[in-house]
Write a protein that binds this ligand. Structure first.
Ligand SMILES: Nc1ncnc2c1ncn2[C@@H]1O[C@H](COP(=O)(O)OP(=O)(O)OP(=O)(O)O)[C@@H](O)[C@H]1O
Length: 600
């Protein structure tokens, strides 16, 4: 056939780099804005993974600059262990090259494709090679490379390589240039904010076109690096079993015990009995039919779940709370870490948190923060099992309006930590719908929903009590005036009584024996912090006074004192007549206190 021959001439193999050059959307590079976020995400994921592996507290610098030609350079620098010079070209210049693909443990990177795909995207849009600096220790020099990817062969093309002096004792810096747009800035800051919530041990310094910002760490402890475990029999597929058996020199009995997680002597014997197979056979000699029987037996015999504690690194309830509190001012926030679960032989842990009120928008659907292996998921929210699980909860039962997703000033965070996060695609944007995972998410949210409901009912009760107290307080001054008229005595001061009824802080400037004094009555259950300007306070009981410091108030350097008044205490300070001192109360919501006559 002529046609077949014509077609045969056109057949040729396609390199993985060529494939992804054409299908860059599959890796999350579908638009200039998205390209920038994905690049940053890939570089930061690698930096965090590398620091965790080396047990270093991550210090990550991100620089984004517009070039005179209108494109953007993006630089990510980390203080991780660095990469040996022989490997740099492959890490950055070859797709599907990495250290994590064959390991069964939690890590951000999985496929060995991320950073080289960013290099490919940069050379495709700007034509500028990637610049990489890496140093593995203080005793060695840093190595600087400029490189590209030869797309037809998926091999690195090193354009220059030299040894240089570098300020960091160890770490890696990558610089890429590509077309993008500054409209990525908002998403970028959002991505960094969310990354810092789930990586409370990391510090991010960022410079975008001259403006700088820092996302500070709130924990000084590096989370333990998850250990690699062997694959679990429930997660194995035929092709993998065939390859593993072919490469083994052991008998089937030992092969099962040595190569799989949770298979000891007894379980191996059970599997072999179930498969009707002798354990003394050589694993590499097994025929496909035998392997099929073995696989069925491996999946039908009851085997304990894979160990989760060593191979997973959940964030923990307290650190999730500190992360959220650092970035959002909320009236209520609670978190939960569920016990480890398992799907298809892969361990996973679901963690979740709910926040309410504060500065969250009162209208519209809840703010949803999705994370997988400590990486924020910013795209494809609707297609993600996390979103669908949130919508599956009956939020109305917890006092929250719902229209599919919950509605109102609500923040919902869900983190899935797993040895194999089941993403819907290589761009790692959305988690696939796995019933075991969805069930755990729903259970975690239901537990938190009950806590939220308790908070909301307590708040409603307090509101009613407060309304009543306010009504009483409104008539107290009139009562005082009337009573003093009747008993013919001066009208008594009622502020302290009002404060006690309202359970608030009363700050009052009053005259005593011709001297001005400031009196603070803290009727709340929390310490209250005040800053006094231009006065010399005495140390009264129930308060701690910090040494004076100077503050640039309205452009004038002023002497200040910081005073903390303990709950249920009063504190009085003398106020020197001249000097025009003033007072502010910090850390308290204006509506929760009564501040009277405190300004000159
Ligand atoms: N900053 C870095 N410091 C140390 N090693 C690094 C760094 N960046 C990359 N690597 C090494 O290079 C490998 C390849 O990185 P790459 O981003 O291509 O893939 P990955 O992170 O393993 O997986 P994924 O494709 O899912 O992101 C990593 O597995 C890691 O071993």
């Amino acid at each position: 056939m002529v046609l077949a021959e014509e077609l045969a001439k056109q057949q040729k193999s396609i390199s993985v780099a060529e494939f992804f050059e054409k299908n860059k959307h599959l890796l999350g590079f579908d638009s200039p804005v998205r390209g920038l976020i994905t690049t940053l995400k890939e570089a930061i994921d690698n930096a965090l993974d590398a620091c965790e592996e080396a047990g270093v507290l991550p210090d990550i610098l991100v620089i984004i600059k517009k070039t005179p030609s209108g494109s953007f350079t993006i630089t990510v620098e980390d203080n991780g262990p660095g990469i040996i010079p022989e490997q740099v070209p492959f890490v950055f210049g070859k797709l599907l090259y990495g250290s994590r693909f064959h390991q069964v443990r939690q890590s951000r990177g999985q496929q060995g494709i991320g950073i080289s795909a960013a290099v490919l995207y940069a050379q495709l849009t700007s034509g500028v090679p990637a610049m990489v600096i890496s140093r593995t220790g203080a005793k060695t020099k840093a190595h600087r490379f400029t490189l590209m990817i030869k797309t037809q062969t998926n091999e690195p093309d090193v354009l220059s390589h030299e040894e240089i002096d570098w300020s960091l004792p160890h770490g890696t810096r990558i610089e890429l240039e590509f077309e993008s747009s500054m409209s990525a800035k908002k998403r970028l800051l959002e991505y960094l904010k969310y990354t810092s919530i789930v990586n409370p041990h990391a510090r991010f310094r960022i410079e975008i076109d001259g403006e700088s910002a820092t996302f500070e760490r709130v924990s000084g402890e590096v989370p333990p690096c998850p250990q690699s475990i062997k694959p679990h029999p429930y997660g194995i597929e035929f092709g993998i079993l065939k390859r593993m058996a072919a490469a083994s020199e052991m008998t089937v009995d030992l092969f099962l015990q040595e190569e799989f997680s949770r298979v000891g002597k007894k379980t191996a014997a059970e599997i072999l009995a179930h498969a009707g197979m002798k354990g003394s056979l050589k694993a590499s000699r097994l025929e496909p039919g035998d392997l099929k029987k073995l696989l069925t037996a491996m999946q039908e015999v009851k085997i304990p779940a894979p160990p989760a504690s060593s191979c997973l690194s959940p964030i923990g309830e307290d650190l999730i709370l500190s992360g959220i509190e650092k970035e959002f001012a909320l009236d209520f926030v609670k978190s939960r870490s569920r016990a480890p679960g398992v799907f298809s032989g892969h361990s996973f842990v679901v963690e979740a948190a709910i926040g309410y009120g504060g500065r969250l928008e009162a209208e519209g659907t809840a703010r949803i923060l999705r994370f997988a292996n400590r990486v924020p998921l910013l795209y494809q929210q609707g297609a993600c099992a996390i979103t669908q699980s949130i919508a599956a909860v009956n939020w109305k039962g917890y006092g929250i309006a719902q229209s599919g997703l919950p509605v109102g000033p609500v923040l919902i965070l869900v983190h899935i930590a797993s040895t194999n996060v089941p993403f819907t695609s290589e761009s790692k944007d959305a988690v696939a719908s796995i019933p075991e995972i969805e069930k755990e998410i729903v259970l975690a949210l239901q537990e938190l929903g009950r806590d939220l409901k308790a908070f909301l009912s307590r708040r409603d009760r307090n509101r009613i009590a407060e309304d009543r107290a306010r009504a009483v307080c409104a008539i107290i001054p009139d009562i005082a005036r009337k009573v003093s008229e009747i008993v013919e005595k001066p009208v008594p001061e009622t502020a302290a009584i009002e404060g006690r009824i309202m359970r608030r802080v009363v700050v009052k400037r009053e005259l005593l024996d011709g001297k001005v004094q400031i009196r603070i009555d803290n009727h709340t259950t929390k310490p209250v912090e005040l800053t006094l300007y231009d006065i010399s306070p005495d140390t009264g009981e129930g308060a701690t006074v910090a040494p004076d410091f100077s503050s640039d108030l309205d452009g004038e350097v002023t002497k200040c004192w910081r005073v903390v008044v303990e709950p249920a205490s009063s504190w009085v300070t003398l106020y020197p007549g001249a000097g025009g001192g003033s007072l502010t109360v910090q850390g308290m919501d204006e509506s929760k206190m009564v501040v009277m006559d405190c300004e000159e």
